[in-house]
Write a new protein. Structure first.
Length: 118
């Protein structure tokens, strides 16, 4: 038994060949469909007033996300905690980056723009 991992969206046919003890060769073919992994944030950006908060989250159509890492490009303007809660600190702009590792080992990164206004 083997593991098949899709690399791009599309279809493929997997062929398994088995030779029995009696030297019979058995073939089995299985069609496989690889789906595109759609990853979305619950929003692309936000405008917040100073000291207000907003939660962002990451959802995947095909991966079970166990943990997401969030980071702020400029903590002087906006911070983000491990649960995706963004807090506006002072007037300005920052980008929140959300990343996680897929089941196939690839890293997915999404960005969320934050503008802090009066």
């Amino acid at each position: 038994m083997g593991v098949v991992r899709g690399r791009v969206a599309g279809t493929a046919v997997i062929t398994e060949t088995v030779t029995t003890n009696d030297n019979f060769v058995l073939y089995t073919t299985v069609p496989v469909e690889v789906k595109v992994n759609t990853v979305t944030l619950n929003a692309n950006g936000a405008t917040l007033k100073r000291s207000k908060t907003r939660f962002i989250s990451v959802k995947s159509a095909s991966d079970k996300i166990k943990s997401v890492t969030y980071a702020s490009s400029n903590k002087r303007y906006a911070t983000v905690d491990s649960k995706g809660r963004v807090k506006a600190v002072r007037y300005g702009k920052a980008t929140i980056t959300a990343s996680y590792k897929t089941q196939g080992g690839y890293v997915v990164i999404k960005k969320f723009a934050v503008t802090i206004k009066k």
